[in-house]
Ligand binder design. Structure first.
Ligand code: ADP
Length: 364
């Protein structure tokens, strides 16, 4: 048998066309070539495509079936090698792409982190500036307010009989308003001290009965004016508290003032103190605790609002509560002060029935 008249397959291929030719032999002679070809984009004409075309060419050029078979065998090995190389190249290209994506993501992440750190530092600096400003303003306001309050007190005492009822009423209003301002300014100063970490406690042994006497004398006139009763339940032999006298007074005064403020006229406020023994009596280890409760039968706190009561600037939506003056700072500061004593503060409240605040502090 003769070889096919034109065995050079590549001459029949145009650019971008690939082909695979397989020699068909009968009795050790080439009968013909089975050729398969396909067009691919010129740019995609890869080394593998060229190899296919070359295989077709080489096979078609053989004169006998044996040599064609041998050539096919060798070309098959070459083709496999080429495939392995091609797969390796693909894997490597995919890996490089993934690596470069990862590197981009890492760079982006680093950029975001740096921006966050910068924003945090800026926010902290702004917060420090705000705290310093509040601290400065409250300090500057203290002196004139103390003077106004002092002179209003003096006038109220000395002016009786010399001015009419109306003027006495005005003086009383000046006194109440300035007292509110003093409280607000001192709360703001405390908040800025707390935020700046500058609030320090001065620990000593503080007798509970002394503390309660001081609270009663500073709040009694308010109770009388609202026809409310203040009941003290204090057991004998109560150990003193180990804490900061002025700050404990602030905690207790705030709770008693709230009870007075959020309880309608004629209501009752009970202040109860007890000692919790260590271990068995719910103290901490050997440490005895003093627990103080301030209970009222006032307007109560709606269940929906109870979670936020200790938050800074929290004021109730309840009309009954809103009609009373306040800043929403008292309980936030109170909780902070109790926790600085390693104590706890909590409450239970029944809407329109009353509220009981409890706190613990270490016994001396
Ligand atoms: P202020 O009394 O200045 O608004 P506080 O921080 O002391 O701020 O109290 C926060 C809020 O908690 C009050 O506005 C009030 O709604 C509620 N609250 C506190 N104590 C009582 C209480 N004894 N009874 C009812 N509501 C209370």
């Amino acid at each position: 048998m003769t070889a096919p008249p034109d065995a050079d397959l590549s001459r029949h291929l145009s650019r971008g066309q690939i082909a695979l030719g397989v020699a068909i032999g009968v009795l050790a002679a080439i009968m013909g070539i089975l050729a398969v070809s396909a067009y691919i984009g010129i740019n995609q004409l890869s080394e593998e495509s060229l190899l296919f075309a070359t295989i077709g060419d080489a096979l078609s050029a053989q004169r006998t079936f044996q040599t064609a078979l041998l050539t096919l065998g060798s070309l098959f090995i070459i083709l496999n090698l080429a495939l392995v190389l091609s797969v390796r190249r693909t894997i490597r290209r995919d890996f490089e792409q993934a690596y470069s994506l990862l590197a981009q993501e890492l760079a982006e992440r680093r950029r975001v982190e740096a921006a966050l750190v910068e924003a945090k530092e800026a926010a902290e600096a702004a917060n420090r500036a705000k705290s310093d400003f509040v601290s400065l303003v409250s300090h500057e306001l203290k002196a004139p307010m103390t003077a106004i309050k002092g002179y209003a007190d003096l006038l109220l005492v000395t002016a009786a009989g010399q001015v009419g009822e109306g003027q006495l009423g005005f003086l009383g209003n000046i006194k109440t308003s300035v007292e509110q301002m003093v409280r607000l300014v001192s709360d703001l100063a405390d908040i800025s001290r707390i935020e700046a970490g500058r609030l320090k406690l001065d620990f000593s042994r503080v007798p509970v009965d002394l503390l309660l006497d001081e609270v009663v004398s500073s709040t009694q006139s308010g109770f009388t004016a609202k026809d409310q009763t203040l009941v003290l339940e204090l057991p004998e032999d109560l150990p003193p508290i180990y804490g900061d006298h002025l700050r404990l007074l602030q905690v207790l005064t705030n709770l008693v003032n709230n009870a007075h403020k959020y309880t309608p006229a004629g209501g009752q406020i009970i202040v109860r103190a007890s000692c919790l023994d260590g271990e068995n009596g719910h103290g901490v280890g050997d440490q005895k605790l003093i627990q103080i409760t301030v209970q009222d039968n006032g307007i109560g706190i709606h269940p929906d609002e109870q979670e936020r009561v200790f938050s800074k600037f929290f004021r109730s939506e309840d009309e009954e509560a809103r009609s009373r003056p306040g800043t929403g700072l008292g309980l936030n500061i109170t909780r902070y002060l109790v926790e600085m004593h390693q104590g706890k503060i909590w409450f239970e409240s029944h809407y329109r029935q009353g509220t009981a605040f409890h706190f613990t502090v270490p016994a001396a």
